[in-house]
Each structure stands twice: as C-alpha cells, then as structure tokens.
Design a protein around this ligand. Structure first.
Ligand code: NAP
Length: 435
C-alpha cells in the first residue's frame, strides 16, 4: 500500500518537503493542505508585491503540484475542519509546514495602542491576505516608525513611500494602493537597536532604498564607523563593507532632495509607545554594544508619529494537538521529528529566519525520516479525508480550482500589474461558482 502523507501548509517549506519526498524511490501519495484557497504561503502573502521575480519560485512549486502523486487541498483548516489527531489517524505521516504568521511582541508599555501594527499584519494587508483585508492602518500621519533592521522592515518602508508608478508592475491590491496614495506620510524612521554592522538587512534591499523616485534615504554620518572592523565570519567580511558603503552614500543625501524621507537610525531601542488610545510617538533609549548585544545607555529621545510598525520578527501560532515551545514560538521537535508519524519543516520547526531556499534542507531531512519510518503505508489518506470533509460541508479547493482563481486574477489585472489579487475567500469561491 502506498504511504499516505499530509503536508499542512503550502508555503515554500511545504512544497520543498513535497519535492524531497518525490525524489525518494518510494510509493507516496502526498496531500498538500492549506487553510486558504490559494497555495504558496509567504510567496503570495510575504514576499513584497514589488519583488515579483522572487515569486517566480512558485513556477517550480506548480510543477510539483501537477504531479500525479500530489493533490492540493485548499480551504481546509486543521483545527477547524479536521483535527490534527484525525489527520494523524488518516495519514501515515503528517508534516507541519504552517510557517510563522504572527508578530513577535516588543514587550514594552503602550504597544497595544491603536496605530501599532506588527509587520506580519501590515505585510499581510498590503499583500491581500484574506485575514487582513479589514486592517485599515492609520496612514493619515506624517511620520511612521518602523522598528527593526531586517529585510521585512525595509520592505515595509519601501512600500510606504514608493510612488504608484513605481508600484505599477506590482500586485499591490487596489485598496492598499489607494490608501498608500492618500497617505500623509512624508517621513519613515527605520530604527535599529544595534549598529550598521549588526543590521540584518541585505545590501541589495538597502541599495534599492537609495534609488526611490520620491523618497530620499538618509543616515547620520556620526553613526557610521570608518570601517567594519574585525569580523570573524568570512561571509560577513564580504557583505558588511558593502552595506556600510551604501549607508555612507545615504549619509551624503540631503533631507530636502525629495518630498519624502526614509531615515535610518541606529543604536536605539524602543522603551515605550506614547499617546492616549492612539499612538502619538515612540520613546527610544540610546544603546551601546556589549558583547554584540544592545544595552541601554540611559539617554532617551522621542519620535512623534501616528503609525508604528514593529518589524522585529515573526512567531508561529501553536498548532492544536502538537507540542509547542511557547518561548521559542516553534513546535517542539528533534531535527524535524515531533511525534509518531508527525514532523515539522520550515519556520514552525526552526523559527523565522533565512530566505526562501533556506527551507529546502528541512524537506530533505524530513523525507529521510519518512522513508526510514514508513517503508510501507497502512492508512487510507486522501479518499477518507475527502469523505470526512464532504460530511462536514467543507468546500475543499483543488489545484484546478486554484488555477481558475489565478486566471481570474490575471485577467482582471491592468498591465503591467501581473494580477489583481482577490482579497477575500468569498470572492475566491465566487469565482468557482460557490458561496
Ligand atoms: P530579522 O532579519 O530577524 O530582523 C529582525 C530585526 O528586528 C533585527 O534588526 C532585530 O535586531 C530587531 N529586533 C528584534 N527584537 C527586537 C526588539 N525587541 N526591539 C528592537 N528590535 C528588535 O527578521 P525579519 O526582517 O522579520 O525577516 C525574517 C526573515 O525573512 C529574515 O531571514 C529575512 O532575511 C527574510 N526576508 C528576506 C527578504 C529578502 O530577501 N528580500 C525579505 C523579507 C524577509 P537584532 O539584530 O538586534 O536582534
């Protein structure tokens, strides 16, 4: 009997796991399950709408989904439509690939004020994630503060200040485009708690900030060291001088060169979000580095703003029925093994770090585990799940259905935009002739 495998989550980690399983010399039937009618997870909802070439990896995922051994089941939520225990009863192996969709908290007073919106939520909003269609971020403010110096912080700042012309070949949804166009934001502060050498963004993303039509990137020369100093890591010795050189270019820019400004600030950690019910500013404490860590230096300053976007990393939500390490925000696992026939890959396994391809090795590891644990299958898998879903009135979305949704999005787009994303599940099901 073939081995039945359910992969929960169809972002890069889920698809790379399916790829790795298909490379085994084994008789597998793989179901890729997603709670949304759309596949590809962070490729669709995380990668910035103006970075379309990064999304091309979905072409190879599409070839995987088209394989005879593979079936996509969208609009099926584990924990709502079928429990994890039920799934484990139906499939020989279950692989969790649900990613990290929630925001890490800053843990400072005031962060629950209106106008503090975590980057996961904000990125989901401008990427037409159905959960975030109604977010309505307060953009009627002149200044926004983005906290964190990773690539997500850069994405957020760039999307906030790019012109409609610069976004024309993106798949930014109409509602987000209209809100950003109408926004009063002229200054975006990008504040990091450590220095220019410790910042986590990459030079390619940083350099793009220096080439924006309407916004000038600024850095304070007093915060930039003459050189990168001694770096142990060979990769860092290559990369960091380039980042420093880019920031030095920004330090020569003038604030009034363009109508908007993106201000890089270093060595400052947020200690309080200021205001009443809504955000009116952020109080920062200047920092110094001790053993590479930022520690408060006892000197404070405020930035007035009406929008704060902490971009300080994501965390996974617990998966009901799977052991969860709340501190690390991941499923408890040993090299991808969670329990009998239960495995994890990607950000739910190891936390929210790395680029898309970083998830590939997780798939290879888990495929080896599955091959070792299941030379033969004994559980019915797909057909029995489909019966159960039908009994429960769940409208599972097939890959053909998804292609119908995708076609509708492409046909509705105004070139050069690649697609006009449907932003609610109802709209997607309506395209399929369902309510
Ligand atoms: P990240 O790269 O880990 O950056 C998080 C930033 O938040 C760091 O600057 C970190 O500072 C800061 N931070 C964390 N906790 C903080 C706190 N309590 N107070 C103040 N600052 C805090 O995470 P990310 O930007 O969310 O990106 C996630 C992953 O996706 C990364 O691997 C990233 O490269 C990848 N990604 C890649 C692209 C791309 O390739 N274009 C685009 C988007 C995302 P410390 O360093 O001091 O901890």
């Amino acid at each position: 009997m073939s081995v039945s495998i359910a992969i929960v989550g169809t972002g890069p980690a889920g698809f790379y796991a399916a790829d790795a399983l298909l490379k085994q010399d084994a008789d597998y039937r793989i179901d890729l399950i997603d709670r949304l009618p759309t596949p590809y997870g962070l490729i669709r909802f995380g990668v910035a709408p103006d970075h379309q070439t990064t999304k091309n990896v979905s072409n190879s995922f599409e070839r995987t989904a088209a394989r005879d051994e593979v079936c996509f089941l969208g609009n099926v939520e584990i924990g709502r439509d079928v429990s994890l225990d039920e799934l484990r009863g139906l499939f020989d192996a279950v692989i969790l690939a649900v990613g990290a969709g929630a925001d890490r908290a800053l843990g400072i007073p005031g962060e629950d004020k209106r106008g503090v919106i975590g980057s996961a939520a904000f990125v989901g909003w401008y990427n037409a994630h159905p959960d975030l269609r109604g977010l309505d971020p307060p953009l009627g403010t002149e200044a926004a503060v983005v906290i964190g110096h990773g690539n997500v912080a850069i994405d957020v700042a760039r999307v906030l200040v790019k012109t409609p012309g610069e976004m024309a070949d993106s798949d930014l949804p109409d509602y987000a485009g209209a809100a950003i166009r109408a926004s009063a934001i002229t200054d975006v502060y990008l504040v990091g708690r450590r220095g220019p050498i410790q910042a986590k963004f990459t030079n390619k993303e940083l350099r793009e900030m220096g080439r924006l039509e309407n916004a000038v990137a600024l850095a304070d020369p007093a915060q930039l060291p003459a050189d990168v100093g001694d770096l142990e890591d060979e990769r860092e010795r290559r990369i960091k001088p380039k980042i420093l050189a880019t920031l030095k270019e920004f330090a020569e820019h003038q604030p009034d060169e363009k109508p908007k400004r993106v201000r890089f600030q270093f060595f400052a950690q947020p200690v309080e979000v200021l205001g009443g019910e809504s955000v009116e500013g952020v109080r920062f404490e200047r920092t110094k580095l001790e053993d590479g860590r930022a520690v408060g230096a006892g000197e404070f300053y405020d930035i007035k703003c009406g929008l704060v976007i902490p971009a300080v990393g994501y965390r996974s939500d617990p998966v009901p029925g799977a052991p969860f390490d709340d501190k690390r925000g991941i499923v408890v696992n040993e090299d991808g093994r969670v329990g009998d026939g239960l495995y994890a890959v990607g950000w739910i396994k190891r936390g929210p770090t790395g680029v898309i391809a970083t998830n590939r090795p997780d798939g290879v590891v888990v495929a080896k585990h599955v091959a070792a644990d299941f030379p033969e299958g004994s559980k019915p898998g797909r057909e029995t799940l489909m019966v159960l879903l039908q009994e429960r009135g769940v409208r599972a979305v097939s890959f053909d259905d998804w292609k119908t949704i995708e076609r509708a999005e492409i046909e509705a787009a105004t070139p050069p935009a690649p697609r006009r994303k449907l932003a609610t599940i109802d709209e997607m099901l309506a395209v399929l002739g369902q309510d």
